[in-house]
Design a protein around this ligand. Structure first.
Ligand code: CP
Length: 309
């Protein structure tokens, strides 16, 4: 592939290839010298039109560890504030000959559109409620390292499914890897017609979590609720927040995941999030760097092959 825009475009074999390479990078990242040269001589620009801690930091570290020249555009202080459009901004940066453009944008489809205009490789770092492919890949790597496999695992994705690009990318990936998926949440936060995707849908947490291997919690994406129904946080925690009582319904060795940022006491009890025997939330962050190194390495190989041809 020329770009990484979504899980939708990846085959199961391509996902496994990327995860295998990311596994190697995860080991490299634990060594004293964390550096490789897969991106040496390449220029990477990160454009984040929406706030980020994990994704932006890990893309920056991933690029630097593999030898790229990395530039973080500060969108808050850019000429976007003077009315310049996304495409004009991207074309301006494109004229500076980047090789890799990492883009996060609040509009679904914005990153795909931009990829059609520029001549470098584009990586989707999250577009609206559409896709967040590197998040699903780092989640898959975390699950595979904890459970030894992805197929025939029962994975519960809980909470605000409707507004979540993380849920969408995970759903696509876990389906391709033959995991069994349960979606748990209030009907108001469940996308219409999701049952047709071959997933089980539950309104009740205790019922949905029964005997699952993986519990994936999601934040209420209030910024995407367009002034519609926003549940009261106290009521939401009571019904859908992951606490010890609800987690007891899952398998005794079930792992707890959260893509971050977390709202403690809303979708997850802080003590569960911090329980190192159950929570793999920090592993997810660690795998984020490795997955982004692998994704950019594979795109750079493709770029070099096309340049040489
Ligand atoms: N999981 C995730 O995308 O986190 P950030 O918004 O902090 O990048």
């Amino acid at each position: 592939h020329r770009h990484l825009l979504g899980i939708e475009q990846l085959s199961p074999d391509e996902i496994v290839t990327l995860l295998d390479l990311a596994d190697d990078y995860a080991e490299l990242n634990r060594r004293a010298d964390k550096h490789g040269d897969a991106l040496a001589g390449l220029t990477q620009i990160n454009m984040f039109f929406e706030n980020s801690t994990r994704t932006q930091a890990s893309f920056e570290l991933a690029g630097k560890r593999l030898g790229a020249d990395v530039m973080n555009m500060s969108m808050q202080t850019s000429s976007v504030k003077k009315g310049e459009t996304l495409i004009d901004t991207a074309m301006t940066l494109n004229a500076m000959h980047p090789d890799l453009l990492v883009v996060r944008h609040p509009a679904s489809g914005a990153v795909d559109l931009l990829a059609q205009k520029v001549n470098c490789a584009v990586l989707n770092a999250g577009d609206g409620r559409h896709e967040h492919p590197t998040q699903a890949l780092l989640d898959a790597l975390t699950i595979r390292r904890a459970k030894g496999r992805l197929h025939r695992l029962s994975v519960a994705i809980c909470g605000d499914i409707a507004h979540s690009r993380v849920a969408r990318s995970n759903l696509l990936l876990l389906n391709k890897m033959e995991s069994r998926i349960r979606l748990i949440g209030p009907p108001t936060l469940m996308p219409a017609g999701v049952g047709a995707l071959g997933v089980e849908v539950f309104e009740d947490m205790a019922e949905g979590l029964r005997d699952v291997d993986v519990v994936m919690m999601l934040r209420l994406q209030k910024e995407r609720m367009d002034g519609g129904f926003i549940p009261s946080e106290r009521e939401y925690f009571y019904r859908y927040g992951l606490d010890a009582e609800k987690l007891a319904m899952a398998k005794p060795d079930a792992i707890v995941m959260h893509p971050g940022p977390m709202n403690r006491g809303v979708e997850i009890d802080g003590t569960i999030a911090d329980d190192i025997n159950r929570s793999v939330i920090q592993d997810q962050v660690e795998m984020g760097v490795a997955v982004r190194m692998a994704a950019m390495d594979l795109l750079a190989r493709n770029l070099r092959e096309r340049t040489a041809a």
